[in-house]
Design a protein around this ligand. Structure first.
Ligand code: FES
Length: 526
């Protein structure tokens, strides 16, 4: 099996029974903030795009690049579709001219002509990707590959059960706006960033250890930031709180925990994977490439500057009545929302900075009051500050997912009272009837399901499934003193009270091994 690195989470898998192109991303994403790193725009995409199968793990724009898919990928390719709850992905592919689809039943091996086998695992909670993320397992001639991508399944047993895996591709770096955009003292920001960076690596080691593949390929990040306003997010400034470590950092951190089987793919690198080993060739030596990272980024920044400028020029729509449109689009959703609105639990304020860079219009999305209105000098749950032009653009293009556009752009700053609140972001990725209904239904089901099984961790008996997204705490749970950490997303819980220290609600059921009466099970929404 041949695997060609094509940048970020993208790769082309070639076998004698056919080729699969995964997640081809080239054009900047999220308001021209993210670019693939290393640069993959100079690859021969005309040739790479002539494939038998196309797999896109999910609709995040650094995976689903509509322009590139339209311009370069063969419309004869059969699209391997994860079993997602909505038809959005298929609809988007059809709009681009794709007509051949294979809807892969979730977690079931599908045999394709010529003996190529695939299996797709779809994750479908409202917090997975833009409502859904997925992983692709491939087997041909005894060689097995898992492209886990940036998906975070609770465990990898469904893949491990299919036999020893030879190549495991997974995310190791950051892909979020936290903590950089938060209005915090620099020291706090660095400390939170460092914590996040460590957690990302811990999670990665856990997955690697779960699967024990012959070879591990760090993929799906980091992106690079070429706009001058975002340049500081690149991990080139010696900031230990930077959440975007690159593949060479992965190799050195992996070595510290005994990892010796890591393989980095640059765009154009080719790995020949067999049941006996892997041989890899690179367009330039890996060490040499990363030693020249800053020069690579600076050269790329100059080359991409016109693209960024052109994008920026398209964001302003002064004719858009922002308050009026937010009102008409968001209020009907607030009226329908039960779980998300209750989960947010307070007003969320948007401070919109005008074209002059100074004037500010404050708008509040009032979740308890079910209305969108001007800010009224009140306490708010979250405050976001961003350019009015970005919101104008979101309204102009009728964007239903502000996470997959504004928030991932990192072109905002934020402040909040209290803990992280996942419902805020879940709501702003569900600005359509279809998405909102799905998310509400998911939380409803989640709330009703009981999970009575308990396990013992250290001196504590705790519920087996994490109150966040049901990770198996026998694998992901770590107890230190009176605190439980679930390593899947790093959420922490105070065991004596059961209180979640990371997010609102999500209480854990726990009691000391020697306690006679267990603490009462808690509510998970507050
Ligand atoms: S499942 Fe997310 S922190 Fe446990």
């Amino acid at each position: 099996m041949r695997v060609t690195g094509t940048g970020h989470a993208s790769m082309r898998i070639d076998t004698a029974a056919g080729s699969i192109l995964c997640d081809p991303w080239v054009n900047p994403a999220y308001f021209a903030s993210w670019f693939p790193f290393p640069d993959n725009s100079l690859l021969d995409w005309e040739t790479l795009g002539q494939v038998d199968y196309l797999y896109v793990s999910h609709l995040h724009r650094d995976h689903f690049d509509a322009k590139h898919l339209r311009d370069f990928i063969s419309k004869d390719a059969t699209v391997l579709l994860p079993e997602f709850p909505t038809s959005e992905m298929e609809d988007e592919f059809r709009a681009l001219g794709f007509t051949k689809f294979l809807k892969a039943p979730n977690e079931q091996v599908v045999e394709l002509p010529g003996g190529l086998k695939i299996m797709i695992q779809a994750l479908t909670s409202p917090t997975d990707g833009p409502i859904g993320d997925s992983s692709l397992w491939v087997e041909y001639d005894g060689v097995r590959l898992l492209n886990q991508n940036d998906a975070r399944p609770t465990d990898l047993s469904v893949f491990a059960e299919l036999g020893h895996v030879h190549a495991h591709m997974l995310q190791f770096s950051g892909a979020i706006w936290y903590p950089m955009v938060y209005e915090l003292p620099q020291a706090a920001k660095t400390a939170f960033g460092k914590q996040k960076r460590d957690r990302q690596f811990d999670r990665t080691w856990r997955y690697i250890d779960d699967l024990k593949a012959d070879h591990v390929f760090p993929i799906a990040g980091p992106p690079c930031f070429l706009d001058d306003a975002l340049w500081q997010f690149n991990d080139i400034h010696g900031d230990e709180g930077n959440i975007f470590p690159d593949q060479s950092v992965f190799l050195s951190e992996y070595a510290k925990v005994g990892g010796t089987n890591g393989i980095v793919l640059l765009p154009g690198s080719v790995a020949e994977v067999t049941t006996d080993g892997a041989t890899t060739t690179h367009p330039v030596p890996i060490e040499e490439f990363f030693a020249n990272k800053v020069a690579h980024l600076e050269e790329m920044r100059e080359r991409k500057r016109p693209i960024i400028e052109a994008e920026k020029a398209s964001w302003r729509h002064p004719e858009v009545d922002v308050l009026g449109q937010m009102k008409s689009r968001i209020e009907p959703l607030l009226e329908e929302s039960i779980y998300l609105a209750k989960g947010v639990g307070g007003p969320v304020r948007f401070d919109l900075v005008g074209y002059d860079g100074e004037s500010v219009e404050s708008i509040v999305v009032d979740f308890p009051g079910q209305e969108v209105r001007p800010y009224a000098d009140e306490k708010v749950r979250y405050r976001f500050r961003t350019d009015r032009a970005l919101i104008e653009h979101l309204l102009f293009i009728d964007e239903v997912d502000w996470v997959n556009s504004l928030f991932l752009s990192c072109r905002f700053s934020a402040a909040r009272i209290g803990q992280y609140n996942e419902f805020v972001y879940a709501f702003f990725k569900c600005l359509s009837e279809e998405r909102l209904q799905y998310a509400e239904g998911w939380y409803d089901e989640h709330e009703r399901s009981t999970d009575a099984e308990d396990i013992t961790l250290g001196d504590w008996v705790v519920q087996r499934r994490c109150p966040h997204l049901k990770a198996d705490l026998t694998r992901f749970g770590i107890v230190e003193g009176d605190q439980l950490t679930c390593q899947l997303h790093g959420w922490r819980f105070d065991l004596p009270s059961g209180r979640c220290l990371t997010s609102v609600g999500h209480k854990v059921r726990a009691h000391r091994v020697d306690a006679e009466t267990p603490a009462p099970a808690g509510e998970s929404l507050t």
